[in-house]
Design a protein around this ligand. Structure first.
Ligand code: GSH
Length: 225
């Protein structure tokens, strides 16, 4: 079998979704942790010269960048335990939600960089995005992928290991049982899945990492005013 390598950064939701996909498929790979904040490796710059970002999957020496592209590649090369449905229409629906969640969840971090009224506005925007996913995304399914985890679930995983600890550090709550019952049930199903649970970043370590970031943003915001 050709060698598989993954370049990632431990708290990043973008490399995390790829780790989960490889684990769901049972693909052996070598994980290479990048020192993103301080010192990107020459290999990362060589493999992703366009964005210079993780994740990069290297399969048989050939690099693939952009997490959604990587997830689709993984599903094509290792088709067992599929992440996408076989039916063309169902596949397009799965891709629609993966794209929507990918595009909408990254800006959800904005509240973490802001304070006061600006922070409140971002929190409200986040609630609207969650409302859209709650009302139009999941329906009565357990996962976006139906009974099993699919591509959109892997992308939405970010709300558990990044958005939730960010909310904890700031002192707000997003996905609660009474306001978002479907998403709340999804959080439980997804985080209790054995592959996800066994390959989850250390929650307390993420909180500590985020506290330092939050203090840094607070210093910046203090200088602004
Ligand atoms: N759209 C990209 C986003 C990846 C991304 O934002 N990676 C961040 C880490 S969370 C990164 O490598 N940042 C390094 C930099 O911006 O210089 C994907 O889905 O793969």
């Amino acid at each position: 079998m050709e060698e598989v390598k993954l370049f990632g950064f431990w708290p990043s939701p973008f490399s995390r979704r790829v780790i989960w996909a490889l684990k769901l498929k049972g693909v052996d790979y070598e994980y290479i942790e990048e020192d993103l904040p301080h010192n990107k490796s020459n290999l990362l710059l060589k493999y992703n010269p366009v964005h210079k970002m993780i994740p990069v999957l290297v399969h048989g020496g050939k690099p693939i960048a952009e997490s959604l592209v990587i997830l689709e590649y993984i599903d094509e090369v290792w088709p067992h335990n599929p992440l996408l449905p076989t039916d063309a229409y169902e596949r397009s629906v799965a891709r629609f939600w993966a794209k929507f969640i990918d595009e909408k969840t990254r800006p959800m971090w904005e509240f973490f960089h802001k304070f006061g009224e600006e922070q409140q506005k971002e929190i409200e925007k986040n609630m609207e995005i969650l409302r859209t996913i709650e009302e139009h995304g999941l329906g009565d399914k357990k996962f976006f992928g139906g009974d099993t985890i699919g591509i959109a679930d892997l992308v939405l995983g970010m709300v558990i290991h990044m958005l939730a600890p960010m909310a904890e550090v700031v002192g707000v709550k997003f996905i609660e049982a009474d306001s978002f019952p479907r998403l709340h049930a999804w959080v439980k199903h997804f985080s209790e899945h054995h592959v996800i649970k066994d390959n989850f970043p250390d929650y307390n370590r993420v909180v500590e990492f985020l506290k330092i970031r939050r203090e840094y943003y607070a210093t910046l915001s203090h200088h602004d005013h």
